[in-house]
Design a protein around this ligand. Structure first.
Ligand code: HEC
Length: 121
C-alpha cells in the first residue's frame, strides 16, 4: 500500500461511512482514547493529496481509507522521526502530536471500502 500505482482495485468509498455507530466505536476502540471527530477535522489538511475520504487524489499519494490504525500510526511516527524518509510527509508529520496521529488513525481506519477486483480474463 506504499504506492497507489500498485492498487489495481476500484475502491468506491461508501458515503454512509459514519452512519454505523458500531463501525465508529470499533475504530476508536482500536486506538484507546482516540478522538475520531478530531481526526476528521485534522484530516482536512491531508485531503489535497489523499482525498477527502482517504482515496488518493494525487498520482503519487497512497490511499489512506480503511488503512489499519496500527500501521497508519506507525508510518506517521516514522516520517516524524525521520526513520521513514519522504520530503513532503516529513514536513507534514513533524508538527503532529501522538494524540493527533492516533486521532487521524481512528478517522482513516473507520472509513469503509468496497473493493472490486478486475474481472477474470
Ligand atoms: C502534498 C501532498 C500530501 C499531503 C498534504 C499529505 N500527504 Fe501523506 N503522503 C503523500 C505522499 C506522496 C506519500 C507517499 C510517501 C512515500 O512514498 O513514502 C504519503 C504517504 C502517507 C502515509 C503512508 C501511507 C502508506 O501506505 O504507508 C500516511 C499514513 C500519510 N501519508 C498520512 C498523511 C496525513 C495524515 C496527512 C495530513 C495530516 C498527509 N498524509 C498529508 C502526500 C501527502
Amino acid at each position: 500500500m506504499r504506492q497507489s500505482g500498485h492498487v489495481k482495485f476500484r475502491v468506491p468509498v461508501l458515503a454512509s461511512v459514519l452512519a454505523g455507530a458500531a463501525l465508529v466505536s470499533t475504530g476508536a476502540a482500536a486506538q484507546g482514547q482516540a478522538n475520531m471527530e478530531a481526526g476528521r477535522a485534522k484530516a482536512a489538511t491531508c485531503a489535497v493529496c489523499h482525498g477527502p475520504a482517504g482515496v488518493s487524489s494525487a498520482p503519487d499519494a497512497p490511499h489512506l481509507a480503511g488503512m489499519p490504525a496500527i500501521y497508519f500510526a506507525r508510518q506517521l511516527r516514522a516520517y516524524r522521526s525521520g526513520e521513514r524518509k519522504h520530503e513532503v510527509m516529513a514536513v507534514i508529520a513533524r508538527p503532529l502530536s501522538d494524540e493527533d496521529i492516533n486521532n487521524l488513525a481512528a478517522w482513516y481506519s473507520a472509513i469503509r471500502l468496497d473493493a472490486t477486483p478486475p474481472p477474470a480474463p
